[in-house]
Design a protein around this ligand. Sequence first.
Ligand code: PPE
Length: 307
Amino acid sequence: MVAIHPLKKIWLDGRLVEWPAAKVHVLTHGLHYGYAIFEGIRSHRALNGPAIFRLREHVERFLNSAKIYRMKLPFSSEELHVACKDLVRANGVPEAYLRPIAFSGYGEMGLDPTNCPIQVAVAMWEWGAYLGKEGQEKGVRATVSSWVRNDARSLPPQAKCAANYANGALAKMEASASGYDEAILLNSSGMVAEGPGENVFRVRDKVLSTPPASSGILRGVTRDTVIQLAQEEGIEFRRVDFTREELFTADELFFSGTAAGITPIREVDGRPIGEGSYPVTRRLQGAYDDCLRGRSPRHEDWLTYVA
Ligand code: PPE
């Protein structure tokens, strides 16, 4: 969790407005029914200036989320790219987290959002290590949630919809109340799915694995980055379902996500994971950091410089 420190500007419905002016009505439709889709993107101080990481892929997922929910966005992909770049420049903060969001606005009530205006905003704030700086370095303690991950037949996991996160919040609160840093959710078949805001990776006998999209997860941009980097590092990789007990017997486990970055998991439900050193995780963290900060020439195309 992070307390928000106001910056200068927020992009709202096509223009940059002053931070305190970015408000909505309490009868905003999406607030009542969870009809909102969003993204989480990071910008970093890279070698050649502030740069947004994998902006294209995030905006593409945003458009796909809208499509799944029949939401007609009044802005094009190109306009959203420009909005994100303008926003980082306007706030003058290179290391930030960007939150594009589209939602059914004020106009009608009742479940069908078809006739509501669609509002779109991009806000940004400074968000340090999602699971704490110490967690990022030394690893976090996780617990398998008693809450089952949203079933794909109820809430499509590929759409990053606000409604999905009620399930995540239940899991996260349960984990915190029991003294853990983060939850791991199983799907309705009992296989490992993901964290409330992260994908999960496992290393066993030098083989890296992560659950396939069919396990009912969000297909993370960071997950995709990790998979590409692992292949370049010569790490054997498999997309495969794994069980709860395979978490306990892993040599290494880690979370991946835009907010979380690559965060080692050092314990699951009282069982220490592996030996407590994370050689594969560390290699991937290093390679990932190089990409974010423009030190990886082969992945320059993942960066959108804002200047
Ligand atoms: N699964 C879920 C459910 C999820 O929310 C995220 C991102 C991921 C996997 C990883 O996706 P990606 O960021 O593309 O690698 N969670 C976002 C929101 C976190 C929040 O608390 O808010 C994020 O990391 O931006």
